[in-house]
Design a binder for this molecule. Structure first.
Ligand SMILES: *Cc1c(COP(=O)(O)O)cnc(C)c1O
Length: 226
């Protein structure tokens, strides 16, 4: 199947999940994760109507951005970001999904020449293999970010455990939603926290049912070439 067909199928699934929960599907943004595909395939995705591109490696993001030249897409950095590499990518991204420590916030503050929209990454299931803050530390962390005026906390991001246990996945996503509501109640100017980045190829329907506003889809949208 082509990217266009994949995208239609994903949109149908988003629609179904939204109807089930009385949400508007307009609130759900699709990020095409292009880490397993070429520059050409990434361009095909944009031709198919994709408006957001996500990469977890700096080299991949820079190469695709260069190849796509001035096509109107938003660039999302979704992977672990090493502090010393912030300077290489900061002027090329619209969103960073992996803010999880103050040292990274300091470096973003130092290197950015505009406000960067950031998601605070949360390791809801507290898996050793994943980055992100444990839930209990997130409110204090977000509060500390008020001193960094180049950082706007647009939302929270998480990755669910890789499992067939749907209730476990759902629980992770709904926990992130609860945490978002808690932060929103604090009405911090630097942290509107209106967005939730959650859901990948295998679990995005559950994520949308639980309130995702950005889903990050690789394999089932653009495929896997390497
Ligand atoms: C690779 C990746 C995705 C997309 O994964 P798929 O299962 O291929 O949809 C989403 N988010 C992050 C952070 C990733 O690294």
């Amino acid at each position: 199947m082509g990217i266009k067909e994949n995208k239609e199928q994903i949109f149908n699934e988003i629609q179904r999940a939204c109807e089930k929960k009385n949400r508007s599907s307009k609130a759900v943004n699709l990020i095409a994760v292009t880490k397993y595909v070429s520059n050409e395939t990434t361009k095909d995705a944009v031709s198919a109507g994709v408006e957001h591109i996500g990469e977890n490696r700096i080299e991949g993001l820079l190469s695709k951005k260069d190849f796509l030249k001035d096509l109107p897409v938003k660039w999302h950095f979704i992977g672990t970001l090493q502090t010393r590499k912030v300077k290489d990518v900061i002027e090329h991204v619209d969103y960073i999904h992996s803010l999880d420590r103050i040292s990274l916030a300091s470096e973003i503050q130092k290197r950015a020449n505009k406000t960067i929209s950031c998601f605070v990454q949360v390791n809801v299931a507290e898996e050793d293999s994943k980055h992100g803050l444990p839930v209990k530390d997130v409110v204090a962390f977000v509060d500390n970010l008020k001193d960094y005026d180049r950082i706007k906390v647009v939302g929270l991001m998480t990755m669910a455990p890789f499992t067939d246990d749907e209730s476990l996945i759902r629980n992770v996503f709904s926990t992130l939603k609860q945490l978002q509501l808690k932060i929103q109640k604090l009405e911090m100017v630097h942290a509107p926290c209106t967005e939730l980045s959650m859901g990948m190829s295998n679990d995005f329907s559950i994520a949308v049912e639980e309130g995702a506003t950005f889903i990050r889809i690789g394999t089932s949208l653009v495929g896997k070439e390497f």
